[in-house]
Design a protein around this ligand. Structure first.
Ligand SMILES: N[C@@H](CCC(=O)N[C@@H](CS)C(=O)NCC(=O)O)C(=O)O
Length: 202
């Protein structure tokens, strides 16, 4: 099974860390999505992550990939299919990933094309969602692995990595939890190389 991935994508990191946490054997193949025309034949959206299982039917979208991997080990209940509290929380965390990535991309546009109105909207959405996650800290801040917790660690580290937001003052319980959680092997192994130094010097 091949996971087409990028070097820095939080969606791809969530999928890879899920495979690692579950002990599912995937070949993590890092590609340059912008020049990888071959991917169009597997995923017409040409996005990473894209999973190619042995049966040859490619799966796009990180959440569906995590569901697929979770279904290989349903007994671990890492991606519980029927727990709507976990899934609702997870979907908001993935939404936070989306808005954080979109904000980063917006700021990379040439100045004349950049919309500070869009950046401001992302900032408000990010601030609200961080506050919401902090209010859910009693569910999230645990060392028992579960997809909503893993995704939360991935998005918080992405926000640090891309300087999306200085979130710790608004989310002290999440900040304390992440300090310990960050050394979980599936997170340590999947961390973008550029971000490794930042974590070790914090
Ligand atoms: N909904 C998708 C989003 C994936 C996504 O946006 N991937 C970005 C990298 S972070 C990508 O492939 N970008 C390539 C492009 O936009 O051309 C998922 O959750 O997997």
């Amino acid at each position: 099974m091949i996971l087409f991935n990028g070097p820095n994508t939080p969606f791809g990191r969530m999928a890879l860390a899920t495979a690692l946490e579950l002990g599912v054997d995937v070949e993590n193949r890092v590609i340059d999505v912008y020049s990888s025309q071959f991917l169009d034949g597997l995923n017409p959206l040409r996005q990473i992550p894209t999973l190619l299982p042995a049966n040859g039917r490619a799966i796009a979208d990180s959440r569906v990939i995590c569901d697929y991997l979770g279904a290989i080990h349903p007994e671990k209940r890492f991606v519980p299919r029927d727990d709507w509290d976990v899934r609702a929380r997870w979907s908001l965390v993935v939404g936070l990933m989306e808005t954080s990535v979109a904000r980063t991309m917006e700021l990379r546009r040439p100045a004349a094309e950049r919309s500070m109105t869009a950046v401001e909207k992302h900032d408000q959405r990010i601030a609200r969602t961080i506050g919401w996650l902090e209010a859910e800290a009693s569910e999230l801040c645990s060392d028992i692995p579960r997809i909503d917790r893993l995704a939360t660690a991935v998005v918080l580290e992405y926000m640090d990595f891309r300087s999306v937001r200085d979130w710790r003052a608004d989310a002290p319980r999440l900040a304390r939890w992440l300090e310990a959680e960050t050394s979980r092997p599936c997170l340590a192994v999947s961390r973008p190389r550029e971000a490794q130094n930042a974590v070790s010097s914090r």
